[in-house]
Write a protein that binds this ligand. Structure first.
Ligand code: SAM
Length: 309
């Protein structure tokens, strides 16, 4: 496969490199912002599950200017993975399911709370849809839990969600904390993907709510079929396609020369991950040392691995 083949297939992948974003996801946050003006008046923001950092780049650019030094807006990025530095962004390598991470975030805000929390978190996808949807839901709830520790009343929470069959349960849970919940689908998010983003506005926890890290999906009393709920018990969340609708369609293939007369130029990725978990596998693959699937004619998996090592 040539170096330009992904550039050809995916216009947002190509534009991200041309414009210096670390991932094509940058366009998703930009397009959500086009619709919701998320950054107006924002001084403190948390980017959960931030690596490799394209959302943090957007936050830094929008809140602190091109070089990250125009304002004193505080941006805190959290991820399990290490991230290369971004001007004006404080990075915490940590787990969003841990209360200690919430405490660390607050300590960087000198005890204050955030105006905005964003989360583009995704677990490693298994390809088994039910499991992927379930794990994504768990991550969203973890993001909601940590948000209840760090977000100020009236603040906004934006998070990736998979619109799977139990998504109404998640909407109901979000509506407990936010009177306004909208599902948005940026143009840069493929139609073929069940991914969308919830934009939850005007944080208002129930009276007496004490932030904690427990997971309501795993609590027994939540063990009901939420799809069977009706009337006022069923929460309907509006769905909105967002961003400029004349923007590129992420499911379409575009010619490599987008600007007439401007020759296509290949750009390497803006910032490769620093210690990705798949690094060893990539190095072995380059040297053709990855064990091949075993068959009757080839050695067993164990023997292949031994000969590869
Ligand atoms: N928004 C990022 C960007 O624009 O570059 C891309 C985020 S990537 C799709 C999903 C990230 O979620 C991964 O970097 C992964 O390490 C992170 N993640 C998954 N589970 C996490 C957890 N429990 N705590 C912190 N980060 C987590």
């Amino acid at each position: 496969m040539g170096r330009s083949s992904k550039d050809k297939r995916d216009v947002y992948y190509r534009l991200a490199k041309e414009e210096g974003w670390r991932a094509r996801s940058a366009f998703k946050l930009l397009q959500i912002n086009d619709e919701f003006h998320l950054f107006e008046g924002v001084k403190k923001v948390v980017d959960l599950c931030a690596a490799p950092g394209s959302w943090s780049q957007v936050l830094s650019k929008k809140l602190r200017g091109d070089k990250g030094d125009v304002s004193d807006a505080k941006i805190i990025a959290v991820d399990l993975q290490a991230m290369a530095p971004i001007p004006g962004v404080v990075q915490l390598q940590g787990d969003i399911t841990k209360v200690s991470t919430a405490q660390e975030i607050i300590s960087h805000f000198s005890g204050d709370q955030a105006d905005l929390v964003v989360c583009d978190g995704a677990p490693d996808v298994t390809g088994l849809h039910d499991i992927d949807e379930y794990i994504q839901a768990q991550l969203l709830l973890a993001a909601l839990n940590i948000t209840t520790h760090v977000l100020k009343k009236g603040g906004t929470f934006v998070a990736k969600i998979f619109r799977g069959k139990d998504v109404t349960l998640l909407y109901s849970q979000l509506k407990i904390f936010f009177p306004m919940v909208t599902v948005s689908k940026p143009r840069s998010s493929r139609d073929s993907s069940i991914e969308a983003f919830v934009v939850c506005q005007n944080y208002c926890p129930p009276e007496g709510y004490v932030p904690n890290m427990s997971n309501p999906l795993l609590d027994n009393h939540y063990d009901v079929d939420f799809n069977s709920l009706e009337g006022v018990n069923r929460v309907i969340v509006p769905f909105l396609a967002c961003g400029d609708l004349s923007a590129y369609d992420s499911d379409k293939t575009y010619p490599l020369e987008l600007t007439p007369g401007k020759e296509y130029q290949y750009h390497p990725p803006t910032q490769s991950p620093i210690h990705p978990p798949y690094q060893t596998a990539c190095e072995l693959k380059k040297k053709d040392m990855l064990s091949k699937p075993s068959s009757a004619a080839t050695p067993t998996g164990k023997e292949s691995a031994a000969s590869a090592g």
